[in-house]
Design a protein around this ligand. Sequence first.
Ligand code: ADP
Length: 167
Amino acid sequence: MTNECKPRIAVYPGSFDPVTLGHLDIIRRSAKQFDKVIVAVLNNLSKNPLFTVEEKKELLRTATADIPNVEVDGFRDLLVNYMDKKEAHVIVRGIRTVTDFEYEMQLASTNQKLNERIETIFMMTNPKYSYLSSSMVKEIARFGGAVGEFVTPEVEQALRRKYSDMN
Ligand code: ADP
């Protein structure tokens, strides 16, 4: 098979703790650019996540159910090794601010050093969501605030359930 015939597979890795409308905007836009987009939830306990990987995957699956070329998966491998397994060559990341840019550039350079076939592609946030982060959403939900503007109804409900279980 020549390179041209291979499906163009991108991986959008992240914590997604939980998925926000900002993430979903990036997923929708990248699904238009690639044959397949794998949304890959990093299993990283050092970040002290609110949701389990299974819960995060379920919320992502529900939110992306109408996009046929999006697949949701989890990984705990080095990203470049995971990408090899999935035969993916492109990493998609979202950029909101200059601070994001500095961190993302370091990450992209490291991944390129580890595997020079891998390209990182940055998508600028939709300005509507430039302030939006999972941590901000969690902070609001923790104190009983409404997060319906920032996440899907299923995520809003899951947040409510999590925090009421904790109290
Ligand atoms: P990570 O812990 O890997 O940064 P996140 O779930 O916070 O995981 O973010 C995953 C990716 O989505 C990152 O590239 C991040 O910059 C991007 N992202 C997060 N929120 C937004 C948003 N509101 N708009 C665009 N990109 C975003």
